[in-house]
Design a protein around this ligand. Structure first.
Ligand SMILES: Cc1ncc(COP(=O)(O)O)c(C=O)c1O
Length: 406
């Protein structure tokens, strides 16, 4: 998953710290139901195709819309680099629209950019918070443009009582950001059948790699200890075999590296080989079996803990003043005045952090959108996912307060 995790080792003098997972890791608790209100998900749409990433879903949505050479697609100036190649793949041109300081789509700028040849608008629900879908829908309808909801950060959520993802012509999601799984994305539509999107299995090697990587990632963070012990011998044998293959048959090892999409490994690239591939059986089973109620309830609770931890600290403010009902956050985004100094300290402490949109597409700068340029430099976003233990969260909150204290 393309993130900018903190990767620096802990400073020598610091006390032992927990190894906190940046993204959800599979644990026994992942399946535990929780009581509470259920929140809709993008999968509640009538038509669903499960693919391996959000960017593949975006490319398929654009292809379904018939986007091609000479067309333009409106993308937010505050974006992930992975959102642009699907547009270029279809020989269309991205047109970057402005967002404001709260990462809300700038409706006036969008209206000014709506000219002949513009086929679609991609609206991103950053960090899980919905855009003004009523206004965007009206704007798109008035200009005959398709609306694609980018729910990469908003797998769960509602807007005016309806699921996120059901307001657009199409919506895309990145399930691996919310579920403890190695790969996963979705293309959905409440309006159009997806009969032309035909997917096939990516093969046994892919299926095996997804299971192994999901489990190994979980073991690395101390989860599923009994299963880890049970699989210790076969895992060791697998590692030895793998080392032997790498040294004796580097070409075979390189081919095995391509068994899963690079989108699963902190990479922004776009690989067309995954356009017709279904998400793995393991990921599809996890989507059904992992407790959705727990994801929503704990993400909201953890977000509020982080928000409380930084409340009143100078030089920073949450991107959103409150967490409204109906929102299931991806991360806790904090706008920090001296973000570079804080980031350096955060890396030193080993706190997990994401700098979403840290690099913008060439040509998208402060002249095109001052607020995007500002957000890209000043937002530090912290995990609030459901698999953080109470101890990990306590540690994160304490260190964060320490970093940001005057
Ligand atoms: C806003 C946004 N849209 C789309 C994507 C693409 O999702 P994926 O990484 O699943 O391809 C990302 C990835 O980070 C994203 O942040």
């Amino acid at each position: 998953m393309p993130l900018s995790p903190s990767a620096a080792p802990a400073a020598q003098s610091l006390p032992a710290r927990p190894h906190v997972p940046l993204v959800p890791v599979l644990s026994g608790a992942s399946f535990r139901p929780v009581r509470g209100q259920r929140l809709s998900s993008v999968l509640d749409a009538a038509h669903v195709r499960l693919v391996t990433s959000g960017r593949i879903a975006l490319a398929l949505a654009l292809r379904e819309l018939g986007v091609g050479a000479g067309d333009s697609v409106l993308l937010p100036a505050y974006h992930s680099l992975s959102m642009v190649p699907p547009v270029l793949w279809l020989d269309a041109a991205p047109l970057f629209y402005r967002v404001d300081g709260g990462a809300r789509a700038d409706l006036d700028d969008i209206a000014a950019l709506c000219r002949p040849g513009v086929k679609a608008l991609v609206a991103t629900h950053y960090f899980g918070f919905p855009q003004d879908l009523a206004a965007l829908r009206a704007l798109c309808d008035a200009h005959g443009i398709a609306l694609i909801e980018d729910c990469a950060h908003a797998f769960f959520g509602e807007y005016t009582g309806r699921p996120l993802g059901s307001h657009g012509d199409y919506a895309i999601a990145s399930s691996m950001k919310f579920f403890p799984m190695y790969e996963g994305g979705a293309l959905v539509s409440a309006r159009h059948a997806l009969d032309r999107v035909v997917l096939r299995s990516a093969g046994k090697g892919f299926e095996a790699k997804v299971v192994l990587n999901t489990l190994e990632h979980s073991f690395r963070y101390g989860r599923l200890p009994a299963l880890k012990a049970l699989l210790a011998l076969p895992m060791r044998a697998k590692d030895q075999l793998w080392r032997r293959i790498k040294s004796s048959r580097p070409a075979a090892a390189a081919a095995a590296g391509g068994l899963a999409p690079a989108s699963s490994d902190s990479d922004f690239s776009f690989d067309t080989r995954w356009l017709d591939k279904r998400s793995s059986l393991f990921a599809r089973v996890l989507l059904r079996r992992v407790s959705a109620g727990r994801i929503v309830a704990l993400r909201r609770r953890h977000y509020q803990r982080l928000q409380a931890a930084v409340a009143g600290l100078p030089g920073c403010r949450p991107l959103h003043a409150a967490l409204p009902d109906g929102v299931c956050p991806w991360l806790f985004p904090l706008v920090v005045d001296d973000a570079e100094a804080a980031f350096a300290r955060i890396r030193q402490l080993g706190l997990p952090v994401v700098r979403f949109a840290e690099t913008l597409w060439p040509g998208v700068d402060a002249a095109r959108c001052p607020d995007s340029a500002h957000l890209s430099r000043h937002v530090l976003a912290f995990p609030c996912h459901q698999e953080l233990s109470a101890q990990e969260l306590d540690w994160m909150c304490a260190r964060l307060a320490e970093v940001l204290a005057p």
